[in-house]
Design a protein around this ligand. Sequence first.
Ligand code: AKB
Length: 321
Amino acid sequence: MTRILMTGSLGQIGTELIALLRTKYGKENVIGTDLESPNEELEDLGPYQRLDVTDHTAIATAVELYNVDWLVHNASLLSASGERNPRLAMDVNIRGFEYAIEAAKEYNLRILTPSSMAAFGPSTPRLNTPDVTIMRPNTIYGVSKVYIELLGEYYHSKWGVDFRSLRYPGIISSGIMPEGGTTDYAVDIFYEALKQKTYECFLKPDATLPMMYMPDCLKGTLQLLEADNANLISRVFNVAAFSFSPGEIAAEIQIHIPDFEITYNPDFRQILAESWPQSLSDTNARAQWNWMPDYTLSMMVEDMLEKLAAKLEIEYLSGSE
Ligand code: AKB
């Protein structure tokens, strides 16, 4: 049975991905790690240990201890946190990945680590952006993602390390809140729409960005993680679902909550959003490992509102019903 170690297992994606992997591969075969100390609740879900990816021996030690085959390296600071603390972003995103890929080489692991649409920059063509194009990001988060992609490809071509990566768009989910990203608004807006019927957005109304619903993110991540190596011509893939602006998602929410109102007070994150593509081309992912999203924007909005209303115990009747 495959054994998997995950860093960043308490993050927005990690929490849901590790639950899925534990269902598939057995709870005892998937080891979660993050900065939080172990507690009963975490250990109930499966093996868990505290791991700081900036400690240069920590990943390799855990890999050896648990005798794993795959490493899912999620630990990362997101774009807005990175701009607030570039030094920490370099330590976590860059040094952390170097230790992870070294461990993958030494212990012959398959390694999957997320990249992001933030690997693109202001000089990248913004519409239907392909996998390989101009990549000159102007955020430390984007710089770290380009570095990860190139270093992973280098380890693959030089030493045959089975490195894989998806460039996620903004991920929307009803579970753990994202933290420190620019696309976080697209999650916050649902909570505020349900709780307050009003939301002040830190991006402009027309800041269109690629986005994806968590069930598709999990499906795609699992597909690439499990894909037959022989079918992979590339190592890094754009994945796309839909794109929207704050104005458009607000209008979609208003279909269900007609008295919801959005206001705008753009901050530094608007500059970040303006430097990223508005839509991504994912033809390589579709061709090489059959990527295909299930959720449209309207399906996602309906599902998010239902799930969050239940979670927040807010009575909510869809306006479209
Ligand atoms: C962020 O907003 O920083 C992330 C990303 C685009 O990767 N969601």
